[in-house]
Design a protein around this ligand. Structure first.
Ligand SMILES: Cc1ncc(COP(=O)(O)O)c(C=O)c1O
Length: 341
């Protein structure tokens, strides 16, 4: 029997800064609007498998056409769709090290091999060198998060274009789960020029909707017609779609909230810039990435304070940007750690 890699889901106690969720629930106004909207659902009927209204709503927000979009149960499902469609036994996925662990999960589920290109301590890498590496490797798909989870590094649109052009025979995918925190536009319009280029997006992060599970795949119309046939029927419940439609009407408010998160992130990084026992890197996301030679001591202090952060096997860790109060609690732990050194 084949063995699928296990995914470690997030903790549910204390101050939770380990899963890059929004610390803010949907506002009371939006939740009331949702409460009335769900009253109109025909619960006895299967939902619209074409997801027409949801795709139209996201088309408006993203500036893409509905035919360039597919919706799924989280962007995870869209990543699974791409990996399941293009990869399998004997095929190779090229990604970065470090990057989002679900790529390994799906590749393992479809029995594909995964090769990882090592990035620098801050997540940066030279695109020319990456392209050379990939030309030698001859992968069947290139996929990485942009901005990167966990490093927060952002590859420019010009570099992504260079990549899509150099590998026009295989799918090149940018996972933009955190793009709203990058302060730059999405690379999605590139799908119109490069048929092999795809982007995934989600409502789980900037739209405070991790609990609802709605994500999108953006691609060239021609490719999307083909991929649609591989999509799980009725993947999105009528409830998720109705909620997402309400939330998307408030897109501008979520962009304002993302800007506030960016400000809190920059304030945190500024305060942490002089630390000697840990190093933090610039970020384009709703989290910060750090390294420390004394990481275990730091993790113990976070645990004592009831704060859950994301730990990795090496010297690195990742902390989600929370509310002012949560960030203050994080800073207190980090200051204590610094003083104990
Ligand atoms: C880089 C990246 N992509 C995708 C996802 C999954 O998002 P979703 O909730 O839409 O499945 C995450 C979640 O943490 C992520 O970090």
């Amino acid at each position: 029997m084949k063995q699928v890699m296990e995914y470690q889901a997030a903790s549910t106690e204390g101050i939770r800064l380990n899963a890059n969720e929004s610390s803010l629930n949907l506002s009371e106004e939006i939740r009331s609007e949702i409460a009335s909207a769900v009253m109109g659902i025909e619960y006895n009927r299967y939902p619209d498998d074409e997801e027409t209204e949801l795709l139209n709503a996201y088309a408006e927000v993203s500036g893409m056409k509905a035919e360039e979009l597919l919706a799924g149960n989280g962007s995870d499902q869209m990543l699974g769709l791409l990996i399941g469609h293009y990869l399998g036994k004997g095929k190779t996925l090229l990604t970065l090290d470090p990057d989002f662990s679900m790529y390994d999960y799906y590749a393992s589920a479809y029995e594909a091999d995964v090769k990882k290109y090592d990035t620098n301590d801050d997540g940066s890498f030279d695109m020319e060198d990456f392209i050379e590496y990939a030309k030698d490797l001859k992968p069947d798909m290139i996929l990485f998060s942009n901005p990167n989870n966990p490093t927060g590094w952002l590859v420019s649109q010009e570099e992504l274009e260079q990549l899509a052009k150099a590998f026009c025979k295989i799918p090149v995918i940018a996972d933009e789960a955190y793009i709203e925190f990058a302060g730059v536009p999405s690379c999605a319009p590139l799908v119109r020029t490069y048929e092999n280029f795809f982007v995934t997006r989600t409502l789980s992060k900037a739209y405070s909707m991790a609990g609802v599970r709605v994500g999108f795949l953006i691609g060239n119309v021609k490719q999307m017609r083909i991929l649609k046939a591989s999509k799980v029927p009725y993947a999105l419940s009528a409830v998720s779609m109705v909620i997402a439609k309400v939330v998307l009407k408030h897109a501008a408010e979520f962009q304002t909230a993302a800007s506030a998160t960016i400000q809190r992130r920059e304030a945190m990084l500024e305060k942490l810039s002089s630390m000697e026992r840990a190093e933090f890197y610039p970020s384009n996301t709703n989290f910060i990435f750090g390294r420390s030679d004394d990481k275990q001591e730091l993790l113990d202090l976070f645990e004592e304070a009831g704060i859950t952060i994301r730990n990795y096997d090496n010297d690195s860790f990742r902390i989600t940007i929370g509310t002012e109060a949560e960030n203050k609690a994080v800073l207190k732990v980090l200051q204590e750690f610094e003083q104990e050194g």
